[in-house]
Design a protein around this ligand. Structure first.
Ligand SMILES: C[S@@+](CC[C@H](N)C(=O)[O-])C[C@H]1O[C@@H](n2cnc3c(N)ncnc32)[C@H](O)[C@@H]1O
Length: 747
């Protein structure tokens, strides 16, 4: 009946436009004959280019499993040459095939083809003989034009078929070729949907497991508490005591995973996370779960890259899953097990990514995880990572860690403009000797500073072999971070940045491996100063670095656990005052522990470093060295660290005694981060925004010991004169003042 209605509708309206075909096609064929509920397909009503005419969603999981392209003339599909052209110029060129696509349906008024993703017709029919018959294009058989026959001839794409999820079955059997979407700068955005999908699924799963484990832990902790009390009450009864102790051991063994998680790993994670300023319990949990999901996805993603670039044999894509299933026929082939094998296989490329971390708590999981992994692997299978170069990987990385997500989780990463500026002003970018130097970011996050410093480093080392250039990266760039997830990301981002070199090195030496970059999970502050205490006087804790760069945390001391505040207080007695900001410890450590004599520091720090009482001892220490540039970022604070309420500045110091003639550049009045580049590249712009001042005179300018940041060379004589005059407070009383700036406040 529905088929008849469809034919009547197209006969009555005649050949008007493609869009006019969509409604009868959807109502009578998709809903009527193939049984899709109307919410299971989306019609491109406006006919907008770049979007398939109709997108059909699977009843099983709502994924867009079929894309449909409609043409007004049957010959456009029936003539092979025309059909191939349509495939090339529309389906492929416009990127209709997405990660979850399984079939492409080509329709014209009386032609219906179901194609695989290579454009081969799998099944199809023509309506013939005055609309009385259906021709099965595969067998050449003619059948009466009924709904049942139509459905039988297009059996793969009915709504019922979508519920059976044949696509996953085919993937499981290893019969899905994959790699339909060749990753390039143009298609890289498509990956984002897949990442979002994967993260949503993994996060949801991890959150459920976390809740369950929390309950298990509470029950186990209660039981252990009860047993502890029983043990206390046993008195001298040795036999009874032994029995209770044995029971305690058994309970601890049985609940080993949750006890490890909730008594060691998660509390440690929370402790370290306070250094990023996190305070609320629900935020700790969300960050922990999100980081877990990211680690899991990063590894899968890395395996896929390894597979496509030939670094490892296929396990989780193309024929891989099928081979695995045939191999483990006798046991239940779960993706969790397959992935574990894949990890072992790929770990030789870069083992640091596959070492056990605190984010491995969700364990082997259950059938639910199996299903989630299958769906993620299925989607990743659609991409080809064969040609990924440094640029594409860099862009993938941005999609992988979208800014909005970082912001929500309170991660403040430094924009590239600021990083590049710091590297340029420290002199690292232009350093002809950079290959022999060492650059440290002691709070490296995902190591933007390292990745950007790679650019001049690789430029200088063009004449070296790929293996030597990687070795250079290992030697020159050092990163520390207290957060294990940041460290994971830092390894991943440097690895991505040198992956093309890695592949090149592998071509010459098949057994080439990277022993690991100099990136470590450590509390940079306690690490150096404790080492210094241990080797007091021996000078062994000195790291002798040439450049220390970074954007350390602007977190107030009071946010840290009490015992950490105490430790820092004892380790940094010289600068300890009240509620010190953590960044102050970093600036101090750079001068005292990390830099060699003559080395250079370039860091982002709160503007309070220049004028608060708590930073006064640090100012006194820093002023004994050659500060050579300070940039106030007041006007662009919200642009560069959205959501952060502390105004940053940049400070550059050389670790050497300042000469009498030493000058300092004060850079002021910059409104946008793009202007940082202009300061470096445009001499006229530089002249209008940079004042070169005599260092000693500048230090002596303020009666209170603050560092004036808006002062210009021409203001100096006036300001120096004013300093000789009696202070205003002796003559007048100030009742109110207006502070202007990016965050105008009335005091
Ligand atoms: C503002 S982020 C900067 C990240 C990085 N510089 C960037 O631009 O992408 C500060 C980083 O410092 C890390 N951190 C905080 N306290 C630390 C400590 N004591 N030792 C090492 N890293 C620390 C945090 O985990 C966070 O990743």
């Amino acid at each position: 009946m529905s088929l008849k209605k469809y034919l009547a509708a197209i006969n009555s309206q005649g050949a008007v436009s493609e869009t006019a075909l969509y409604t009868p096609l959807a109502t009578h064929i998709l809903s009527g004959v193939l049984h899709y509920p109307s919410k299971s397909y989306a019609i491109n009503k406006s006919g907008a280019k770049g979007t398939p005419d109709v997108r059909i969603l699977s009843g099983a999981d709502g994924s867009e499993w079929i894309v449909c392209e409609a043409k007004l003339e049957d010959d456009k599909l029936r003539k092979e040459k025309e059909r191939r052209k349509l495939w090339r110029e529309q389906i492929l060129k416009r990127g209709y095939i997405r990660a979850e696509t399984f079939y492409v349906m080509l329709c014209a008024p009386r032609t219906f083809y179901v194609c695989d993703l290579d454009g081969e017709i799998l099944e199809g029919l023509h309506v013939e003989d005055g609309d009385r018959e259906l021709l099965d294009v595969k067998s050449g058989e003619h059948l009466p034009a009924t709904d049942e026959n139509f459905r039988r001839l297009l059996a793969r794409i009915t709504y019922e078929a979508s519920l059976e999820e044949p696509q996953y079955e085919k993937f499981r059997r290893g019969e899905l070729a994959g790699g339909y979407i060749l990753l390039s700068q143009e298609t890289v955005g498509d990956l984002q949907d897949t990442f979002n999908y994967a993260l949503l699924q993994l996060k949801g799963y991890c959150a459920r497991v976390f809740d369950r484990l929390k309950q298990d832990y509470r029950a186990a902790a209660d039981e252990l508490r009860g047993l502890g009390q029983t043990l206390e009450g046993t008195g001298d009864d040795v036999k009874m005591r032994r029995a209770v102790e044995a029971k305690i051991r058994r309970v601890r063994r049985e609940h080993g995973i949750v006890l490890q998680l909730f008594e060691a790993d998660y509390p440690q994670f929370k402790h370290d996370q306070t250094y990023a300023g996190t305070e609320k319990e629900e935020h700790f949990e969300e960050i922990f779960i999100t980081n877990t999901a990211y680690v899991a996805l990063s590894r899968l993603f890395f395996v896929r890259i390894g597979e496509d670039t030939g670094l490892t044999t296929r396990k989780i894509s193309h024929e891989g899953p099928g081979l695995w299933r045939r191999f483990v026929e006798h046991i239940k082939g779960r993706y969790q097990d397959l992935i574990e094998v894949a990890y072992k296989d790929v770990a030789h490329i870069y083992s640091q990514l596959f070492e056990t971390t605190v984010f491995d708590w969700y364990g082997h999981g259950n059938g639910e995880l199996n299903e989630i992994l299958e769906r993620i692997l299925f989607r990743l299978n659609a991409f080809s990572f064969k040609n990924v170069g440094r640029d594409v990987l860099g862009s993938i990385y941005q999609y992988f860690r979208p800014k909005t997500e970082r912001k929500r989780l309170g991660e403040y990463y430094t924009p590239e403009e600021v990083v590049d500026y710091i590297l340029a002003q420290t002199g690292a970018t232009r350093d002809e000797e950079l290959m022999r130097k060492r650059v440290l970011d002691p709070a490296c996050g995902s190591f933007t500073f390292g990745v950007r410093a790679l650019v001049p480093l690789l430029e200088r080392s063009k004449h070296l072999s790929a293996a030597n250039r990687i070795e250079l990266v290992r030697r020159c760039l050092i990163g520390y971070d207290i957060n294990p997830f940041s460290v994971f990301l830092a390894h991943l981002s440097v690895l991505f940045a040198v992956l093309d070199l890695y592949l090149e090195a592998k071509e010459t030496h098949a057994d080439f491996t990277i022993p690991g970059f100099d990136i470590h999970n450590r509390n940079a502050l306690t690490f150096v100063s404790q080492a210094d205490e241990m080797h007091a006087g021996a000078g062994e804790a000195q790291e002798n670095l040439d450049y220390v760069v970074g954007n350390p945390p602007f977190v107030r001391n009071e946010r840290l656990p009490a015992e950490d505040r105490e430790v820092l207080g004892t380790l940094f007695p010289d600068i300890k005052t009240g509620n010190t900001d953590l960044s102050i410890y970093f600036l101090y450590s750079a001068m005292k522990y990390w830099l060699r004599e003559g080395g250079t520091l370039g860091m982002v720090t709160p503007i309070g470093t220049a004028n608060t009482e708590t930073a006064k001892p640090l100012r006194e220490i820093l002023s004994q060295y050659s500060i050579f540039q300070i940039v106030s970022l007041e006007w662009m604070a919200t642009e560069i660290f959205q959501g952060a309420d502390i105004i940053p500045m940049l400070i550059f110091v050389r670790k050497q005694r300042p000469t009498r003639e030493h000058t300092l550049s004060i850079v002021s009045g910059l409104r946008h981060k793009v202007e940082l580049k202009e300061v470096v590249e445009d001499p006229a712009f530089f002249d209008t925004h940079v004042s070169q001042l005599n260092y000693r005179n500048w230090l002596n300018l303020s009666p209170t010991g603050d560092w004036p940041l808006e002062v210009k060379a021409e203001d100096m004589p006036v300001l120096e004169k004013l300093k000789q005059q009696p202070k205003l407070e002796k003559i007048a009383k100030c009742t109110f003042a207006v502070k202007l700036g990016a965050k105008a406040k009335i005091i």
